[in-house]
Write a protein that binds this ligand. Structure first.
Ligand SMILES: NC(=O)c1ccc[n+]([C@@H]2O[C@H](COP(=O)([O-])OP(=O)(O)OC[C@H]3O[C@@H](n4cnc5c(N)ncnc54)[C@H](O)[C@@H]3O)[C@@H](O)[C@H]2O)c1
Length: 345
């Protein structure tokens, strides 16, 4: 039996980590911690877990094998490092860290301690994205030339447990806004789907609309538009936004030499391929998880399978690191207004 601890008992822990761990027979939620002690106690009572009064107490429980880190972004790296050094396997939510140096240190510490460090990049695990990767690898649309990927919704105040008074809007807790929340997913996804790394970025990020409850603007970006150049000459764009007050968007379109592949872009089919000869291929495999519609993410299954087998998971720190390099390069580009090459990094 794999005993798991949860650090941070907010929305993602309650909607994804806790229920998905408890669906498995080979693991149990053994301990929880949250600085909001009432929240920790309520969570513990549902899952029959021990309540810890500090992260340190939880991380030093002798019979605890693994932890999920589900806190505000700035705590991801320090807690992950503490956990790995305390001998625990770690599933850390995205964004992996708030600086490239943190992400490198996390990856190196996982290798050194020989523990699993997986990042919560659930987009890699959807049936549609897995099938799309298989089809792209089999040259279903020929050579990929360009892409558009987008992820937008009405903002974290409509998601997080603390609603308007959330940490996402506070740079000292989140470090990045829509880019860190949504952009990390699509940056990682496009590299995963194409099998190519981002080599250069140009980005524009701004705070266009979001206000704190007192009417002052939030201190992180609420919109980011990025142009990516990938190995092999692929170019494409990523748009992420917290100010989409219509239907949530979470789609990717890839344009190849032999056709076009649309992912989560059609009301009835999760993959549509428009072949160059005007024929079409359709797949309905799943629906993308939205803030209001959560389905099994596959993340927890992959984490527990990795812990049991000792095999590196699909969204290991090592696999996600290059996407984080591109994310931080976008932040540099948005500051300077210039292209940033990742070849020099
Ligand atoms: N993979 C995904 O698709 C996805 C979706 C949503 C959120 N997330 C990530 O999950 C993390 C948590 O987001 P959320 O939406 O659950 O936020 P949330 O505000 O709903 O919950 C965060 C919880 O962490 C607790 N917390 C804050 N500081 C802590 C600390 N130092 N130690 C322990 N607990 C602490 C808070 O009290 C709160 O209960 C974020 O990093 C976010 O980016 C990932």
């Amino acid at each position: 039996m794999i005993n798991v601890g949860i650090i941070g008992c907010g929305k993602i822990a309650l909607t994804r980590h806790l229920p998905e761990y408890s669906q498995r027979q080979d693991c149990r939620v053994a301990a929880v911690y949250d600085p909001n002690i009432e929240r920790a106690k309520n969570t513990a009572s549902i899952y029959h877990a021990k309540v810890c009064t500090s992260a340190e107490e939880l991380l030093h429980l002798p019979n605890l094998h693994a932890v999920s880190i589900c806190t505000a972004n700035v705590f991801h790296a320090p807690l992950t490092l503490q956990a790995l050094k305390a001998g625990k396997h770690v599933l850390c939510e995205k964004p992996m860290g708030i600086t490239l140096e943190e992400c490198i240190q996390m990856t190196e510490t996982a290798a050194l301690t020989q523990h699993i460090l997986m990042i919560g990049h659930n987009q890699r695990f959807t049936k549609t994205h897995q099938k799309a990767k298989e089809l792209i690898d089999a040259t279903a649309i020929g050579k990929v030339l360009t892409f558009q990927t987008r992820f937008s919704h009405s903002g974290p105040e409509n998601w997080t447990i603390d609603r308007q008074n959330n940490w996402f809007f506070d740079k000292s807790k989140s470090s990045m806004g829509a880019m860190g929340d949504l952009g990390v997913h699509k940056t990682d996804l496009i590299q995963y789907l194409t099998g190519k790394e981002i080599t250069a970025v140009m980005a524009c990020m701004d705070t266009l609309d979001k206000k704190r409850p007192d009417g002052s603007p939030i201190t992180v970006d609420d919109n980011a538009i990025c142009i990516y150049r990938l190995e092999g000459g692929i170019i494409g764009s990523m748009t992420v936004s917290w100010s989409n007050y219509g239907e949530e968007e979470n789609s990717t379109i890839l344009y190849g030499t032999d056709g076009v592949m649309r992912l989560y872009d059609h009301p009835s089919y999760s993959i549509v391929i428009d072949h160059k000869d005007s024929t079409h291929e359709y797949y309905q495999l799943d629906q993308i998880q939205t803030n209001d519609h959560q389905t099994n993410s596959g993340i927890i299954d992959a984490f527990i399978d990795a812990v049991s087998s000792g095999k590196s998971p699909l969204s290991s720190a090592e696999n996600v690191l290059s996407a984080m390099k591109a994310v931080f390069a976008c932040m540099d580009s948005a500051r300077t207004g210039e292209w940033v090459s990742l070849r020099q990094k």
